[in-house]
Write a protein that binds this ligand. Structure first.
Ligand SMILES: [Mg+2]
Length: 276
């Protein structure tokens, strides 16, 4: 019996600024049947408030609590593995405003690269215990340099996600994974990655819903991230065909990327809630 749904956003609920086919009605039906929905995005640059407002505008009412960004996962993972950093030291946020906001909300002393821009400012800041790197459209070489300096000096390095590309209307732009690779190349270090398909994203999401994996369905449009991560974390999974992966790819996928269900849209999954 499915009590909760982790729902990817891009290619599942919306594409560009339009809702995907069947998403608005499909989600309304799931919720009406008592399924708790958590929207889960690897996009670290936006805040849960922004994402919730966008969903509500599209006809899918959502509160910030209904949205889990990879920045929030990074902050929660850091708070549980390095609670000492909540008490002393600082965390360097590299990325869009969502990265620093999530760390601040979790209680960290947060620095951003401009805080380190000159010797006077650097003299007044606490030592950097960790770097959290997420996507931001304005991240530049100077920001990556600050990440590299801190990591080389011994800071723990957490990446919100390692998606190599970011789809835009003009093609594939470098995503956070590509910017992470630049820092990895420079430092010889490798980060702890928390976003889909990595385990922390699913663990934090299940904690937020308060449900066990077997009662939870991941709905996604990518076999290599949404579905692969769900399978590894023991969740049930459904691929919808409103985004990247196709039915033929699902049929040919290796075992570890094969979804339990393939459906044209979220609406076509409604029998799962009726059965519940
Ligand atoms: Mg997607």
């Amino acid at each position: 019996m499915i009590e909760g749904m982790l729902c990817d956003l891009d290619g599942v609920v919306y594409r560009a600024h339009e809702p995907c086919d069947g998403a608005v009605e499909g989600l309304a039906r799931a919720r009406a049947a008592g399924v708790r929905v958590l929207f889960m995005t690897n996009n670290a640059s936006r805040s849960p408030e922004d994402v919730a407002a966008q969903l509500t505008d599209l006809g899918v009412p959502a509160d910030p609590q209904d949205v889990l960004t990879a920045s929030e996962v990074a902050a929660e993972e850091l708070a549980s593995t390095r609670p000492d950093l909540l008490a002393s030291g600082a965390v360097l946020a590299v990325g869009g405003p969502g990265v620093a906001a999530a760390l601040q909300a979790a209680g960290f002393h947060v620095l951003v690269p401009p805080d380190l821009a000159d010797a006077d400012r650097r003299a007044g800041v606490p030592p950097i215990g960790a770097v959290v790197q997420g996507y931001g459209p304005r991240v530049g070489v100077a920001d990556l340099a600050e990440a590299a300096y801190a990591i080389t000096a011994g800071a723990l390095w957490v990446a919100t996600n390692d998606d190599p590309t970011l789809p835009t209307e003009r093609g594939q732009a470098p995503g956070n994974g590509s910017l992470v690779m630049a820092v990895a190349h420079a430092t010889g270090a490798s980060p702890v990655v928390v976003g889909k398909p990595h385990r922390p994203a699913y663990d934090v999401a299940l904690r937020r819903l308060g449900l066990p994996p077997e009662a939870t369905l991941m709905v996604g449009d990518r076999l290599d991230t949404d579905i692969a991560g769900a399978r590894a974390a023991g969740l049930r999974s459904a691929l919808v065909l409103t985004g990247v992966s196709t039915r033929a790819e699902a049929d040919a996928a290796p075992h570890e990327q094969r979804p339990d269900r393939v459906a044209d849209t979220i609406l076509d999954l409604s029998d799962l809630w009726r059965a519940a």
